[in-house]
Design a protein around this ligand. Structure first.
Ligand SMILES: [Zn+2]
Length: 479
């Protein structure tokens, strides 16, 4: 193995330096390249193919729940952005502005969209008139721009790809239902497609989205115990509708304000895949989004019959899996290391001796286990193996999250746990944001992740101030 690694060049060990390990993987697995614009990344074909698989599955889920795709402009006039006060205050520090068009100075500055609530509202104001026009269930796939000071590929970049759902409903109940429905769509997607478990719940007042009444979040834990806000779903009440003058005539013939939601996930999910599943030999991809699910590597391919058999296998496996055959003139050892770096879930090796015996060698990327498998029925064998790999990856991530989740009942215990045991801390909270600030300052950045739907009773009092507790909260550092 050592020789193979030399050929592909080893990466930094995950335990030694997690940040450098991450950067090594995104570069050496050819997911991204840095661009001439600071903070913006080139998503290379292999990285973009992962995004396309993510997008295809999520898009199907959105459509199954009744949503339609639309496309809004990428510019927001300053006056439009300012219509909702909390919203503009939340985003102002991150906005990029266009002030000149061609050679002329613009009368009004245009913001490059950081998110599109305001554009959707302007449009909804025109097309929503009666209760018959509701609900409106729109989604947009696009890129947004948030001027970040420090950036890291996939996790924080000035421009990133995402989807943003924006919906309007006749009643608060319907809008709240939608907010939770979409959070659960994300939760299922993380579990069923990315093999990533997550804590879900409601954000505290301090951590919620600018302009929202309620923000719900999905918070997977990375291998090193740090959380990633993996997706959010917001309930806006009728606040935006009032600011933008959106009204409809109800069945009672009176004018009403509709209730609104928005929800989004982004290319950050690729960062989560890397940080949850991958190891010291590179990427480990969940089979259901892997651009290549099976790679066939001929061994001693110059010998008679080997390549023919490899092509035959490819033709068969391609019917069911995203299959690649590497018949390039690199040595097999180089190829093994290359596709390990790229995280291809299953490798099939076929050489002259295997052909004689009517078998091939099948290797799992996640565990490195190696099996001799009869060629007869290989396709069924691989289908089952891919499911097993998915389930095992999920289970390993679940175990890691469980092992790195702690409880604390008082301030000292909280600070001590935060310092010595990276991960989530379950602790009670009084509901006061001053306690959130104090805990964050004392721990170098531990924040409330969410109030889970099912709260545990850990103690009677707030972990910070000792006053009566209102909620159990998950706390942790985040990317
Ligand atoms: Zn407190």
């Amino acid at each position: 193995m050592a020789d193979n690694k030399k050929m592909v060049e080893a990466i930094t060990s995950r335990d030694e330096d997690f940040a450098k390990w991450y950067t090594d993987i995104v570069k050496k697995a050819e997911l991204v390249d840095y661009s001439g614009v600071k903070g913006c990344m080139v998503i290379r074909p292999y990285g973009y193919a992962i995004w396309e698989n993510i997008q295809a599955d999520l898009d199907r889920r959105f459509k199954e729940t009744g949503h339609e795709n639309v496309y809004m402009p990428m510019f927001i006039p300053e006056s439009l952005l300012q219509k909702e006060k909390d919203h503009v205050e939340g985003f102002a520090p991150e906005c990029a502005w266009v002030t000149i068009g061609g050679s002329e100075k613009l009368n009004e500055r245009l913001c490059v969209r950081p998110t599109s609530e305001t554009l959707f509202c302007e449009h909804y104001q025109k097309i929503i008139n009666t209760y018959r026009d509701l609900p409106k269930l729109y989604n947009q796939w696009c890129s947004v721009v948030r001027w970040e000071k420090t950036t890291r590929p996939f996790l924080r970049t000035s421009e990133f790809l995402w989807q943003e759902g924006h919906t309007m409903h006749a009643t608060a109940e319907e809008a709240k239902e939608e907010t939770l429905r979409m959070l659960h769509v994300y939760e299922s997607f993380y579990k069923e497609i990315l093999a990533i478990p997550a804590v879900i719940g409601r954000k505290t007042e301090k951590e919620k989205f600018a302009g929202a009444e309620e923000t719900y979040t999905i918070e997977p834990m990375m291998h090193n115990g740090v959380a990633l806000q993996g997706g959010t779903s917001h309930y806006f009440g009728d606040g935006f509708a009032k600011s933008f003058g959106i009204t409809f005539t109800g069945k009672d013939n009176k004018q009403h304000y509709p209730h609104q939601t928005s929800w989004g996930v982004s290319t950050r999910m690729i960062g989560a895949i890397i940080m949850v599943h991958s190891d010291d030999d590179g990427l480990v991809l969940p089979p259901r989004i892997s651009p290549v699910q099976v790679v066939i590597i001929p061994v001693a391919q110059h010998k008679e019959g080997v390549l023919d058999k490899a092509y035959e296998l490819k033709a068969e496996l391609t019917k069911r899996f995203r299959t690649k055959l590497d018949d390039s003139d690199h040595a097999p050892g180089w190829k093994f290391a290359e596709y390990e770096m790229k995280g291809v879930p299953v490798r099939v090796e076929i050489g002259p001796k295997d052909i004689e015996k009517g078998q091939c060698v099948v290797v799992r990327r996640d565990t490195r286990e190696k099996y001799f498998v009869p060629l007869e029925g290989l396709s069924n064998y691989i289908a089952e193996l891919l499911d097993t790999i998915h389930n095992d990856m999920y289970e390993r991530a679940r175990k890691n999250t469980e092992e790195k989740t702690f409880t604390a009942t008082n301030f000292d215990e909280f600070v001590d746990t935060a310092k010595n045991h990276p991960g989530f801390i379950k602790a009670m909270w009084c509901g006061d944001s001053a306690c959130e600030d104090k805990l964050k300052d004392a721990t170098g950045g531990v924040k409330s992740r969410c109030i889970p739907f099912v709260e545990e009773h850990i103690s009677d009092v707030c972990v910070c101030c000792g006053k009566p507790a209102k909620h159990q909260v998950y706390w942790g550092k985040q990317y």
